[in-house]
Ligand binder design. Structure first.
Ligand SMILES: NC(=O)C1=CN([C@@H]2O[C@H](COP(=O)(O)OP(=O)(O)OC[C@H]3O[C@@H](n4cnc5c(N)ncnc54)[C@H](O)[C@@H]3O)[C@@H](O)[C@H]2O)C=CC1
Ligand SMILES: O=C(O)CCC(=O)C(=O)O
Length: 528
């Protein structure tokens, strides 16, 4: 099978070598497509790679009939409609580490340019003005830098600012005292930071909580003559409030690499002499562009060929060590879900998944997603995958509960899936037998030992002498070859079940014939 990859923004040619070198991947580069052209063309592709220029909208995603992965060569994924991608089962991956250094260096460059008015002085000189009076700067040494967002870039900036002998005070919801002490920075609330700082730099993602977090109220609390830097995302700082704060003299200057609307060629902030700006250049170095393209290309190859991604954005990433431990249970979890879709009557309202034995200490969320996938796929089709399984269940009002239970019923590991509908509850348990692979070991209260593979027939019947022979004959009369058979009963003469492994999926006619046997209540054909 050959996968087709479209690259719709300029990416480093050296960086995309992993894609070019993959045997089964064909790469098209087209960086001039309009949104409409992309929406029209996208249905031929298995993967789309972008930088920040292409807006991957719901419209484009809904046309992407075979798209499996969107790769963002960079950190911020705000140019991709993540909820649409999740809904359509498309994984989004980014390259979070490759441009950290460049973005941090750019921030420091902006900090120094801002403090010494280098861009303004250069522009004046180009216009023939030897003006030394208007371009008096301030030193960084001894000043306080406020860092909001101490992730990868924020931390690098803080460390470098200390090299300039600045004091650093930082806020991040995940910044612990231990980490702050280790980095040699003070920490406090957003308010503490903005009140204490002479320079403020933001390094958060643009999300609901950070949109306009620096607004007119925040500016009012700052020191007079504060200077602001934004090399993260336009919109973290309210641009109108910044404009007013500069005009009023509260803010002495601002250095902006990013804007709420980009490209921002005609922005009123750019008319202010206190503002210096670059056109979103934080990651624009040879090194960063090569790094992010390499990282994202590797992830696209990995996902298309092995179904694993290192930097997924709309799916929690599972560390390799965890993955290697849970991987053997993947097959079992999906098969248990699929088994239940065959034997469950009515609309699923609740799914309870119980993990016990060896499974109790593992991170089982990926197995839960896989079980849900098994439960939904038969009815919703092949577009159900790990990315959208939980979303689709939630959308349908299905409550999913993940439980860890100490009851192993004698197995070293046991995975039990219970499904509730208005018509009742059905339960199936499976285990991974050492050296023998996956087994279904219980259906409702009946113990069985069945390999969850191929074609099965689930028969519920009354426990009477001779019934097994009758069922055997009925199968023979219907030309159905039985490869294996398991029986289980609740009590002598009571309800009983049979699980048979057969060679073919039973037709409706065959099922009707089998149900003619007096002792048989229901016969269900199962394909796992
Ligand atoms: N200008 C450019 O070309 C570039 C811009 N960026 C942008 O820089 C930003 C930071 O990137 P990274 O450091 O790689 O991301 P990161 O994910 O490592 O760090 C973001 C940090 O922000 C923190 N945060 C989230 N909400 C917050 C809040 N309300 N207040 C304070 N902190 C909050 C998070 O806890 C996290 O530690 C992103 O917006 C990214 O898109 C990244 C690379 C290049
Ligand atoms: O140069 C780019 O692609 C933008 C980089 C960026 O903003 C990011 O990685 O978040």
């Amino acid at each position: 099978m050959t996968f087709k990859v479209l690259i719709s923004d300029p990416l480093s040619e050296d960086g995309i070598q992993p894609l070019r070198e993959a045997d089964n991947i064909e790469v098209d580069v087209d960086t001039k497509l309009s949104a409409d052209e992309l929406a029209e063309k996208i249905d031929q592709y298995d993967a789309l790679l972008v930088r920040s220029q292409t807006k991957v909208t719901r419209d484009i995603i809904s046309n992407a009939k075979q798209l499996k992965i969107i790769g963002r060569a960079g950190v911020g994924v705000d140019n991709i409609d993540l909820s649409a991608a999740t809904e359509y089962g498309i994984i989004v991956v980014n390259a979070p580490d490759g441009n950290t250094n460049s973005a941090a260096e750019h921030t420091v460059a902006m900090l120094m340019s801002l403090s010494r008015k280098i861009p303004q002085a250069y522009a004046a000189l180009q216009n023939g003005k030897w003006d030394r009076k208007s371009h008096v700067g301030v030193e960084l040494k001894g000043k306080t830098l406020g860092v909001i967002g101490m992730g990868r870039i924020g931390e690098e900036v803080a460390t470098r600012a200390k090299g300039q002998r600045m004091q650093v005070i930082a806020y991040d919801p995940f910044l612990t005292k231990e980490r702050a002490d280790k980095l040699g920075v003070d920490f406090g609330s957003v308010e503490d930071v903005i009140k204490a700082a002479d320079f403020i730099t933001v390094h958060t993602p643009l999300i609901k909580e950070t949109k306009h977090m620096i607004d007119k109220h925040a500016f009012a609390k700052m020191k007079d003559g504060v200077r602001i830097i934004n090399c993260a995302r336009g919109g973290i700082i309210d641009e109108d409030a910044l404009f007013d704060a500069i005009e009023s003299g509260k803010v002495a200057g601002a250095a902006l690499d990013v804007f709420e609307e980009e490209p921002a060629t005609d922005h009123r902030l750019l008319e202010l002499p206190q503002v210096i700006a670059t056109p979103h250049l934080g990651a624009s170095t040879v090194e960063a562009q090569e790094n992010v393209a390499i990282d994202v290309s590797h992830d696209v190859v990995r996902y298309l060929t092995e179904d694993v991604a290192r930097n997924p954005v709309n799916l929690p990433s599972v560390p390799k060590e965890v993955m290697s431990k849970i991987e053997p249970y993947f097959h079992l979890s999906e098969k248990l879900g699929t088994f239940l879709t065959h034997v469950t009557k009515g609309v699923i309202e609740e799914i309870n998944i119980y993990y016990s034995g060896d499974l109790i200490d593992l991170e089982v969320a990926p197995l839960t997603r896989n079980t849900i996938k098994g439960l939904l796929k038969r009815h919703l089709g092949d577009h159900v995958n790990d990315v959208n399984a939980s979303y689709l269940a939630e959308k349908r009002g299905v409550q999913v509960n993940e439980n860890k239970s100490s009851s192993t019923k004698g197995f070293t590991n046991l995975l039990t899936v219970e499904v509730k509908t208005k018509e009742g509850t059905r339960t199936v348990s499976g285990t991974l037998l050492n050296g023998l692979g996956p087994r279904i070991v219980k259906v409702d209260s009946y113990s069985v030992d069945v390999i969850p593979e191929g074609y099965l027939v689930f028969v519920s019947h009354n426990d009477r002498p001779g019934v097994i022979g009758k069922v055997g004959s009925a199968f023979a009369e219907n030309d159905i070859n039985i490869a294996a058979m398991q029986v289980g009963r609740s009590n002598v003469g009571g309800d009983a079940i049979m699980m048979l492994t057969v060679d073919k999926y039973l037709t409706d006619e065959q099922l009707e014939q089998l149900e003619q046997v007096e002792e048989i209540n229901t016969v269900t054909a199962i394909e796992l």
